[in-house]
Design a binder for this molecule. Structure first.
Ligand code: DX5
Ligand code: ZN
Length: 220
């Protein structure tokens, strides 16, 4: 498998300086930028929408990994695609027709992801893996940064790695929530190949050192 990719979550950045923060993360070695979209309905917090994603697009060239925590998601997929998303991920609970939602994302020319909440079983994605470019395992309940990593999700990551290998397709396996230099090695050992990190990157004084630590190495 390729080396692990790091996707800093802008949710933990300084919201008054989002463009600068995005550039700093990219310069520090971020592979993707993780953008958490929250509607105050699907999750108990509000973040930002497609207008902000579009404004950020001018600042960095790395892929935008858009994590939609909104319900319904379908009416907003085109707006996020047009705003510059490269990957768009949805929760199965955010709409009645996950298969159709993934088809829509693919139809917009974007890579499609499915996000599993801590209580959501791997079976929620089993029959749509042919349409998935990414599976995202939540290791906290979505809504807030800075929560503690849920160890209970490690067997789920391992199970998804086996399911992905069985497809023979290059589906990314991403972990989101409470990822730190301490918990990252356990995620990687379980089979994750993309790590989201908010607090562990934007809460650090040296973003490059923080990203290198998440990869399991020393600072470049
Ligand atoms: C939570 C978000 C996460 C969050 C992670 O709903 O999906 O992306 O920003 O933050 P940390 O890394 O601080 O747990
Ligand atoms: Zn997220």
């Amino acid at each position: 498998r390729p080396a692990v990719r790091i996707a800093p979550s802008l949710l933990a950045a300084d919201f008054a300086r989002l463009g600068e923060e995005a550039r700093a993360a990219a310069a520090a070695g971020a592979d993707w930028l993780h953008l958490d979209i929250m509607d105050g309905h699907f999750v108990p917090n509000i973040s930002f929408g497609p207008v902000v994603v579009k404004a950020l697009r001018r600042h960095v060239a790395i892929p935008f990994d858009v994590h939609l925590m909104i319900a319904p998601a379908d009416p907003y997929l085109a707006a996020f695609a047009e705003a510059g998303a490269d990957l768009i991920s949805v929760h199965p609970e955010a709409g009645p027709h996950l298969h159709r939602t993934l088809q829509t994302i693919r139809g917009l020319g974007k890579r499609a992801g499915v996000v599993l909440n801590p209580a959501t079983p791997v079976q929620a994605v089993e029959h749509v893996l042919d349409l998935a470019d990414l599976v995202l395992v939540m290791t906290v309940n979505p809504g807030f940064g800075g929560q503690s990593f849920l160890e209970s999700q490690l067997p789920k990551i391992a199970a998804l790695r086996r399911m992905i290998e069985a497809t023979g397709r290059a589906i990314a396996l991403e972990v989101d929530g409470g990822v730190t230099a301490e918990t990252a090695p356990r995620c990687i050992a379980a089979g994750a190949d993309v790590l989201v990190a908010g607090t562990a990157v934007f809460g650090a004084s040296d973003y490059a050192a923080a990203i290198a630590a998440l990869r399991g190495g020393a600072a470049p």
